[in-house]
Design a protein around this ligand. Structure first.
Ligand code: KG4
Ligand code: ZN
Length: 359
């Protein structure tokens, strides 16, 4: 059985938590050696959202070829791997199990350590794949399809939730709003593209929960405002674009206000933005502007590493494996998993928080 203190060479990262199969090889000394992604977007498009069973089956079909392809691109054989990292949660249970089973089997056969990575920790550390890598302490805005969180990162693994969404996540609000106006799945990027074509200010949507102190967020009311505006409209292309523009403006401005508050409250000097909505160009531009006004620095992953990918999982797993952490050789996944339950580096292996994370 692999020793817990094994010091791995290149780490294979596997991401299968939702509708993207992501694989990458990350080496502590040499950085990212290769990465590949297979998106299931077309598979789910006709249903208007992710169908979990179809997602699992497609991961089964695509994962092994993608691992072979990524290793070939890195110029490596499986025997050159020093460790395996896989997304263990949160996410769709069947989809997670595909990645976990493949990762665990590979690690078992190769007698190398494996570690289950928290998907959101992967997102949060993704900016560290870039040349200008953020050093903790920092504040992170995690905005994806399932989460909208502001987190204070004292150190890797030491996460304090500053603010959360009370209902829909930012990405979910983008997706649902896009869907109700008849835009194709996945809605967020489609809505953002459409917004580019309209002038702002034709609709005035609220900036939810910015009129009172606090860092929590809520986006479901905004979605209802859009629904009413859309129902009252002529459903034409111009009005669709105008609504998209002002909806995006409302979400972006709300997130910027909350980020500025979080920076002020913590006194942090670095803000990390991660998760799928972090790919939104208007959000990136307005946060960069706020940062230069308020005197803090922003760190974004490159666009392709904002949305789900294997590179962030390989990186996060590599960091934890090098700190001497790895889990028991069992195939376990955690569809719900509190980010704050993770262990800091240099303390107990990350199994410790995981046991209580089942819901
Ligand atoms: O992080 P991610 O790939 O998957 C989750 O972990 O959820 O995030 C996907 C979310 C979706 O809701 C998608 O619509 C949104 O990110 N998204 C965007 C953009 N690109 C992706 N939302 C707004 N603007 C974008 N450019
Ligand atoms: Zn994600």
């Amino acid at each position: 059985m692999p020793s817990i203190n094994a010091k791995p060479g290149p780490v294979l990262g596997i991401e299968t938590s939702c509708d993207e199969t992501g694989v990458a090889v990350y080496d502590r000394g040499r950085g990212l050696l290769a990465h590949a992604l297979y998106s299931q977007v077309e598979l789910h498009a006709e249903y208007g959202g992710v169908v979990p069973e179809l997602a699992s089956r497609d991961h089964v079909r695509k994962l092994l070829p993608l691992i072979r392809q990524t290793l070939a691109e890195a110029g490596m054989a499986v025997a050159d791997l020093g460790g395996v990292a896989y997304t263990a949660g949160p996410g769709l249970v069947g989809a997670l199990l595909v990645g976990a089973a493949a990762a665990r089997s590979l690690a078992w056969a190769l007698e190398i350590p494996a570690i289950g990575v928290h998907h959101m920790e992967g997102h949060l550390l993704a900016p560290m794949l870039e040349e200008d890598s953020p050093e903790p302490p920092f504040v992170a805005l995690l905005v994806s399809g399932g989460h909208s969180m502001l987190i204070e990162v004292e150190a890797i693994g030491r996460y304090r939730l500053l603010g959360d969404t009370l209902d829909d996540a930012a990405g979910e609000a983008f997706d649902k709003t896009a869907k109700l106006m008849g835009l194709p799945y996945p809605g967020g990027p489609a809505l953002a593209r459409l917004a580019e074509t309209a002038v702002p200010g034709q609709f005035r949507f609220t900036r939810p929960m910015t009129d009172r102190p606090g860092l929590d967020m809520s986006f479901s009311g905004l979605k209802t405002q859009v629904l009413l505006a859309w129902q009252r409209s002529d459903h034409g292309d111009a009005v669709r674009a105008a609504i998209a523009r002002d909806f995006e403006e409302a979400i972006v401005e709300t997130l910027v206000i909350k980020c500025r508050r979080a920076m002020q409250a913590t006194g942090a000097k670095r803000l990390v933005i991660a998760g799928g909505v972090g790919a939104n160009r208007r959000l990136r531009a307005q946060l960069a502007e706020a940062a230069s006004r308020d005197g803090f620095k922003t760190y974004f992953p490159r666009l392709e590493f904002c949305t789900d990918n294997g590179a962030m999982i390989a990186l996060a797993g590599s960091i934890r494996l090098h700190a001497g952490q790895c889990n028991d050789p069992q195939i376990r996944v955690f569809p719900r998993w509190d980010l704050q339950s993770l262990s800091a580096l240099g303390t107990a292996p990350s199994n410790s928080g995981v046991e209580t994370a089942w819901t």
